[in-house]
Ligand binder design. Structure first.
Ligand SMILES: [Zn+2]
Ligand SMILES: [Zn+2]
Length: 470
């Protein structure tokens, strides 16, 4: 199964779907409301309820989580089950019935691990849970599967063809994990033996199923190898419980891996679960803001600019000072060539941006100049701040045009010396024009001799003097 991605953000995995609109959405496009957790999110296009896809597209591949499976089996529950097997190998009388009981308890436990992991439960089932509830018959059902597998092998061996024998062995090894997964999920022998149901598991995982089989095969061999390596140094009385313990431990690791593989491919297997961590949800105000931004982006990408404007306008009536919303609104008006609305909005947006993000204000002013060549903000401080941002971007002429005749346009503005010092720098440093810079400095000196900036004026005059001589 390939990952499904957000229709609007091809780098983001899809977590929601609108069937009527035939659109997939990632978390990027569907913010959640922390103050109304039970509300199902709605489609930004048709306002219908979105369908949750679970974590199928966001889940980490199982082969990247190998250490986590080993850690999983170190929890109290799995360790207790392994210890129980070790103790039984030492002390249990050789009664077939007792061993059947023990194996049916252990099998039930292993299958509960597959089930828990397929639902992304990080805590392993407890030992006690292996003795209660139903599911003891799983062992016998599994036994039937194994017996049938052996019968197949035995028949294959009868044909006197080595190739056939190995083909059947390999086939069984490849089919068994899927059959075990089916038994763990459906708990019926029919499902564990049905080629359809087993095929569905294999098909859902595709070639990654082979990766799973390879890992399981290695894990299956591991307790045997460890026991073999210990065999030379240890007496049998120690070796038996060690082997039984390792069998229990590695079985849990294998089951955790199979369970997680099911979790990862849940979508293709036809059911939906979410990560335990849960998804990020935002307080009401932040949620509304994010939702408006996401919806506007979706509308724009669908070519529905007017609806995007409406969405942002509604959001702006709630939070008129929000810089992101205003910036999106401005860019959209500009992009849609809504000249009058854009110029009107600039009266509100430009002072806001000049206050909180001058770089955005510089962009807005350049946009405004394209709509109206002689556009000027009607506030002196805004002019000064935007001019500084424009100078930083080497838009010197635009910057200087904002500062031109500032003392006539805004006679009451107290920061004329500071603004003209800025303009003098623009002339001298960006344009290399020393004469107009000198005139501006002379103007400050003549008109505002008490200004605290007079020292800076003097320093700059000296610099310009030196430059003029060169
Ligand atoms: Zn998205
Ligand atoms: Zn829809």
């Amino acid at each position: 199964m390939e990952k499904t991605l957000c229709h609007y953000h091809p780098a983001q995995p899809a977590t929601w779907r609108c069937a009527p609109c035939q659109r997939h959405f990632g978390d990027c496009c569907v913010p959640l409301n922390a103050d109304a957790q039970d509300d199902y999110p709605r489609c930004a296009l048709c306002n219908g309820q979105l369908e949750f896809l679970g974590a199928a597209n966001t889940a980490q591949p199982f082969w990247e989580r190998i250490p986590k499976f080993f850690a999983y089996a170190l929890q109290p529950g799995p360790l207790a089950v392994s210890a129980m097997l070790a103790l039984a190998s030492l002390f249990m009388p050789p009664s077939v019935l007792l061993w059947f009981v023990l194996f049916s308890v252990a099998t039930k436990y292993f299958y509960s691990v597959i089930e828990a992991c397929s639902q992304a439960v990080t805590e392993a089932p407890s030992l006690v849970s292996a003795f209660s509830g139903d599911g003891f018959s799983l062992f016998f059902k599994q036994l039937v599967v194994f017996v049938l597998a052996f019968v197949a092998l035995w028949l294959a061996a009868d044909f006197d063809s080595e190739a056939l024998y190995w083909a059947v062995t390999l086939g069984l090894l490849l089919v068994l994990p899927a059959s075990i997964i089916r038994l763990a999920l459906d708990k019926t022998l029919g499902a564990a033996l049905s080629p359809d149901e087993i095929g569905q598991v294999i098909k859902a995982m595709g070639w990654r199923y082979l990766v799973l089989c390879a890992f399981l095969f290695i894990l299956w061999q591991s307790p045997g190898w460890v026991t073999y390596m210990l065999a030379s140094g240890l007496p049998k009385v120690v070796l038996m419980p060690v082997a039984a313990f390792l069998f229990g431990y590695f079985s849990v690791v294998m089951c955790a891996m199979m369970g997680y593989a099911v979790f990862q491919y849940q979508g293709a297997l036809g059911y939906v679960v979410d990560d335990e961590e849960g998804r990020a949800a935002f307080p009401e105000a932040e949620y509304l803001r994010r939702r408006a931004l996401a919806e506007a982006e979706i509308r724009v990408k669908e070519g529905q600019g007017c609806q995007a404007l409406e969405t942002l306008k509604t959001a702006l009536t709630r939070t008129p000072e929000d810089i992101r919303l205003n910036e999106r609104f401005h860019q959209l008006l500009f992009g849609l060539n809504e000249r009058q609305r854009c110029l009107h909005h600039l009266h509100h947006y430009l002072p806001l941006a000049a206050r909180s993000d001058p770089a955005l204000a510089a962009t807005a002013l350049l946009n405004a100049r394209q709509l109206q060549a002689d556009f000027l903000p009607d506030d002196a401080l805004v002019c000064e701040r935007v001019a500084a941002a424009l100078l930083d971007r080497h838009k010197t002429r635009e910057a200087l045009s904002l500062l031109r005749n500032l003392h006539q346009r805004f006679p009451g503005y107290p920061h004329i010396p500071r603004a003209y010092l800025l303009a003098a720098r623009g002339f001298a440093e960006n344009l290399g024009q020393i004469e107009p810079a000198r005139q501006l400095l002379a103007f400050i000196r003549a008109r505002y001799p008490q200004s605290p900036l007079i020292d800076e004026v003097a320093t700059m005059e000296a610099t310009l003097e030196r430059l003029a001589r060169v």
